[in-house]
Design a protein around this ligand. Structure first.
Ligand code: GLC
Length: 671
């Protein structure tokens, strides 16, 4: 049936009825999601964003240059510009030959594959890749952009200051602190010749089973929104100086809302929920001026319509209609690590669906050559329109122009230099951030602050294990394959206590065996989850959320020293709220320390009074997530609500907390 648009113009009522029936039928009958009809009107449900370009540049001149650059490129050069291999699978000569647009160093990838590679090594490699990108056969050379995961400081670099992970920063409730941390991080990143960070994570974690809960600032979307704006401004500044980097709010969208908190799992939520909760950080980040966004591994099923949208890397509605068209995002979308392969019918090296959906730069760590060949063939076959390729390349060049990358080499141009790595200023900032991140859950019999006189016993393996403090994304991906020596500019909790009291006043027993607690004025016990990243950190449903069930040695050590008439202060290092009433009951004071990073001194600052006996600092941290009451996440079973936090002055008696029988698996009706 052909439409007679003249009748429509005449406003024929019967005609509109016909059109309405046809459209209604198409929507009801079509199994395909609305986004297959091109830009969906549904995107208008999303509030407009205040996306902005922080670089004061002549937009018209930029756009003219972009058009000229793209017009002069061959298809293979364009696809090369959309390709991002990991540094372990590409050489500078590859960059020259294939006109590669970007590289990354994933967790555990360093120059020369050396964990202790120095700043000079990073700068030298950056210069080699930059020179290669400027010696391609393209009429107008496009400088390569190097991305790295600087999610809590420049965390892949030996000697760097590692700040508390996001969950701890959320407890600080201090957006201005985030701006300062963003700037310190940007300085360290630029000191190594890198100009782009895959941060901040702006997920609103909704289930602490999720292994990436610690990458989330809070379950409060308003806090996440304010933090995203603040840290993007800290990272990017005006994108002019040698101490600014491109930020990447990640991941779009909803990775914190998956069913049972499964990493890369299925989001079962309405679109309204995505808008109200999971999009909050992106609105903040776009307002802060973000120029790149990373796509989510998660898939989405709209529970309001039961429509299965599938993996977000292939969701044109979310990536293009909403993020780019409705929210006005004119930077580029980067896929996650081999993220395209999770789309049905795709592989690591071949996925027209992802490009057509709106992925602009493809993080294809190893199979990048095949990707270039397959994608160019898709354009030639018509599977991918050339207009889509031109749009993707234009977005990538636009972000590079705005970042100042066309102004010259990031390795030999202005940058802060090696002094920005692990320097006194960043250490002092990290120490302040640690203090502000700590949440005092219990403080009875005025256990805290501890006096500096008398002997102190420290127990718990986590007290002297830096990797328990730094968590994942620390030198390596998982962060659990490091030693204390890998962090020359940091201090463990034990080290900080010894620095504060003097080594002779402090004894250490990892397991609490063979010591007589009565010989001590106070006991500090450290319990720790250990380091993990992504899915490796998931507490898969239905497993118990009880810390001592997963780490029995922590409870055993506490049992050996508690209840002996000596005050016990327990510090929990964790990437999430966990069920810990059994540990809390054995403690006179209990501190949620999250993953504080390399500055253990920030914890000692709040354990001990000053030499004059008065508090030098006080606790100010407040939970940014609810803290569970039991081993299973029953709706409403909360021990401490988001916003809770004591201080020396603001104390409260919590008495003996309920501890049920230990169970291995939670019943079906929980979380
Ligand atoms: C990882 C993470 C992402 C990170 C990327 C590069 O798989 O999902 O957050 O930025 O790969 O390391």
């Amino acid at each position: 049936m052909r439409f007679d648009f003249r009748r429509l113009l005449r406003g024929g009522r019967e005609f509109l009825g016909e059109v309405g029936i046809i459209l209604l039928g198409a929507l009801l009958l079509s199994p395909a999601p609305a986004h297959s009809f091109g830009a969906s009107p549904a995107a208008s449900r999303w509030p407009l964003a205040q996306a902005r370009n922080p670089a004061a540049r002549n937009a018209a001149a930029d756009e003219a240059l972009i058009a000229r650059i793209v017009a002069g490129m061959t298809l293979e050069q364009k696809v090369g510009q959309m390709t991002q291999p990991n540094i372990w699978s590409v050489t500078p000569d590859d960059v020259r030959r294939y006109c590669l647009g970007s590289i990354l160093n994933g967790g555990g990838a360093w120059p020369g594959n050396r964990k202790d590679a120095g700043v000079a090594d990073w700068l030298a490699l950056s210069q080699r890749f930059y020179d290669a990108s400027m010696s391609t056969d393209m009429p107008v050379k496009i400088p390569i952009i190097w991305g790295t995961d600087a999610v809590h400081g420049h965390n892949n670099i030996y000697g760097a200051t590692l700040f508390p992970h996001n969950i701890g920063l959320g407890a600080a409730h201090d957006p201005a602190l985030l701006t300062r941390i963003g700037h310190a991080t940007a300085r360290a990143v630029r000191a190594t010749g890198i100009t782009w960070v895959f941060a901040p994570a702006v997920a609103v974690a909704e289930n602490p089973r999720w292994g990436r809960t610690y990458e989330s600032y809070s379950s409060d979307p308003a806090l996440v929104r304010s933090y995203a704006d603040a840290i993007v401004r800290g990272l990017q500044g005006d994108l002019k100086g040698g101490d600014d980097v491109l930020a990447t709010p990640k991941v779009w969208i909803g990775d914190g809302a998956t069913f049972h908190g499964k990493e890369q799992g299925e989001i079962r939520a309405s679109e309204a929920h995505l808008i109200r909760i999971q999009a909050a950080g992106f609105y903040g980040a776009l307002k802060g001026g973000a120029q790149t966004v990373m796509a989510s591994y998660a898939s989405w099923t709209d529970t309001a319509t039961n429509r299965p949208w599938g993996k977000t890397h292939g969701n044109r509605y979310l990536l293009t209609d909403v993020l780019k068209q409705r929210l006005g995002f004119d930077g580029f979308v980067v896929s996650d690590w081999n993220g395209i392969e999770q789309i049905p019918g795709c592989t690591k090296a071949h996925c027209p669906q992802a490009i057509n959906a709106g992925i602009d730069l493809v993080m294809v760590p190893d199979d990048w050559k095949a990707f270039i060949g397959e994608t160019a063939a898709d354009v030639r076959s018509g599977a991918i329109p050339m207009a889509r390729i031109d749009d993707a390349v234009s977005r990538i060049v636009r972000a590079k122009l705005r970042s100042g990358l066309f102004d010259g080499s990031p390795a030999t141009g202005p940058h802060p230099g090696a002094s920005a790595i692990g320097d006194a200023a960043s250490r002092a900032l990290a120490r302040e951030a640690v203090r502000k991140s700590l949440v005092l859950l219990k403080n009875e019999r005025r256990a805290l602050p501890l006096s500096r006189s008398g002997r102190v016993l420290v127990v718990g393996a986590g007290a002297d294990r830096m990797s328990d403090q730094t968590g994942g994304w620390s030198l390596t991906w998982q962060g659990n394959d490091n030693s204390n020596a890998d962090f020359p500019n940091g201090e463990t909790i034990l080290g900080a206590i010894r620095s504060t009291l003097g080594t002779g006043q402090v004894d250490y027993s990892p397991d609490g065996k063979g010591v007589d607690p009565s010989r001590y004025r106070a006991i500090v016990a450290v319990a720790a989850e250990g380091a993990y990243a992504e899915g490796d950190g998931d507490i898969g449903f239905p497993a118990t959320m009880r810390h001592s069930a997963r780490y029995p040695a922590d409870l055993a050590a506490l049992d050996r020293v508690a209840g002996k008439g000596v005050p016990v202060v327990t510090i929990l290092l964790s990437g999430r709220p966990v069920s810990a009433n059994d540990l809390i009951n054995r403690s006179d004071a209990f501190i949620a320390a999250w993953l504080p990073g390399t500055e253990g001194q920030g914890i000692a600052d709040l354990l001990f009074a000053a030499r004059n006996g008065r508090p030098a600092y006080d606790f100010s941290g407040r939970l940014s997530f609810d803290w569970p009451a039991g081993d299973c996440l029953r709706r409403g079973a909360v021990q401490f609500r988001r916003g809770y936090g004591l201080s020396y002055r603001r104390s409260a008696r919590i008495g003996r907390l309920p501890v049920g029988p230990a169970i291995a698996n939670c019943p079906p009706d929980t979380d």
